[in-house]
Design a protein around this ligand. Structure first.
Ligand code: CMC
Length: 391
């Protein structure tokens, strides 16, 4: 009842109160639970930040150690899940496979967690963090045709990610600490971003009291789109297209500025951050370090460097506050690490997982009502029904 206010895309509607992430787009500020993203990216690791985002406080040394241990316990995935993976064609997009596998976890864990039971909730968090990482990498092993890998209990979470992805039966995989550090930062930078499309989806699905795995599976699907997590894949596809077309960055700068041309430079600009994306600042440094350490000599990445420099010094881009965003640099790092383009959004999903869990938990603890927006009906008024033989 009452007047319905339209707000397409919910640009000006708050859907909830939240204690998790503070974001000020004008000032370029991002904080998780009150801690600046700069401090966290510099001084903490991904599991520490995950613990903070999900449980509200930084873990003590003992709590962090225990958290790592407890996640490890859940990294074995039911063997029957492999039948499901085998059923996918090799060409299936990893995000589609990941969403399906996350949903399939509900079959092996049918009980919806009781959020008010701290122990039960904690175990479910560890289970989700453990299994999701393994399944995410298995989507790649499937598409590449390599045998599936298992978690190595002597290695950390992010190191395990690289191993699970790339280690072959022919020998151990050596991991460069600069790479682990850069990935750790990237996951931290993606850990939460308040009520974005996938997070709002997770909360919405969970608001009908669906379980955590089902809600996260929906979040993965929402993240997949090119206007959200899929942007990092779009950046690399654009760079590859420019290279195929002769590698002329200036030509594409001109296209981006031409108001009669719909082309946009992917990876530049942001809906909320209008001065700069604080995540991009942090990750630019890591991208430079990774490229220098690995001594990467890749023409596609050279185009990225040219575009970055051109845009940062260009009046059109400067006057519209269009800066490279986090997706621009994350794509560069992933490419340098040999992660295939269609896995980029899966990387984002691994990073965003603690945010989804935290937001789901908060929504349930706050006993939020079922999400159920209204509409303004624009269809036919009442019509007379005609039987099928009279139409
Ligand atoms: N290249 C060229 N011109 C652009 C670009 C771009 N990437 N982005 C914005 N503009 C221009 C736009 O044409 C407009 O110009 P004018 O004022 O002359 O009409 C002006 O800048 C303002 O653009 P807008 O469309 O009003 O800005 P928005 O806030 O609606 O859009 C955006 C933000 C991110 C969708 C947009 O900048 C864009 O399409 N960027 C490229 C795609 C991309 O990288 N997306 C990833 C964003 S980060 C993802 C995440 O955090 O989840």
């Amino acid at each position: 009842t009452g007047v319905i206010t339209m707000d397409p895309g919910y640009k000006n509607s708050g859907s909830c109160k939240s204690d998790i992430t503070f974001l000020d787009g004008e000032e370029g500020i991002l904080r998780y639970r009150g801690y600046s993203i700069e401090d966290l990216a510099e001084k903490a690791n991904f599991l520490e930040v995950s613990y903070l985002v999900i449980f509200g406080e930084l873990p003590t040394k003992q709590q962090l150690h225990q958290f790592e241990e407890d996640i490890r316990k859940y990294t074995l995935v039911n063997e029957e899940m492999k039948n499901i993976i085998d059923g996918f064609p090799k060409t299936a997009h990893p995000m589609g496979v990941l969403s399906s596998l996350t949903s399939a976890l509900t079959a092996f864990n049918p009980k919806v967690v009781n959020v008010d039971n701290e122990k039960e909730m904690y175990d479910t968090v560890c289970k989700t963090m453990g299994k999701f990482l393994v399944l995410a990498t298995w989507t790649f092993r499937k598409s590449s045709g390599f045998p599936l890998n298992y978690y190595d209990n002597t290695k950390g979470y992010v190191e395990n990610f690289m191993r699970l992805m790339f280690e072959l039966p022919t020998g151990p995989y050596t991991i460069n600490p600069v790479v682990v550090d850069a990935l750790d930062k990237l996951f931290i930078l993606h850990a939460d971003h308040e009520q974005n499309c996938s997070t709002s989806t997770v909360r919405m699905v969970g608001s009908s009291q669906s379980g955590l795995f089902a809600s996260i599976s929906a979040g993965v699907s929402a993240l997949w789109g090119p206007l959200h997590g899929g942007a990092n894949q779009a950046v690399l596809e654009m760079l590859e297209a420019i290279q195929k077309d002769g590698g002329d960055a200036d030509k594409y700068m001109a296209k981006a500025k031409d108001k009669d041309d719909p082309f946009r430079l992917m990876g530049f600009g942001h809906r909320v951050y209008k001065n700069f994306d604080p995540r991009a600042r942090i990750i630019k440094k890591a991208a430079d370090e990774v490229l220098a350490t690995l001594g990467v000599n890749d023409p596609v990445l050279a185009i990225a460097k040219k575009l970055e420099e051109a845009a940062l010094n260009d009046d059109y881009f400067k006057s519209r506050n269009l800066y490279p965003n986090v997706d621009f640099y994350s794509g560069i790092i992933y490419r340098a690490l040999g992660i295939p383009t269609d896995m980029f959004t899966v990387m984002f999903a691994i990073g965003r997982l603690p945010g989804w869990i935290a937001q789901w938990k908060e929504m349930r603890l706050n006993k939020e009502p079922i999400g159920r927006p209204r509409q303004i009906y624009t269809g036919h008024p009442l019509r007379d029904f005609k039987e099928v033989d009279k139409r």
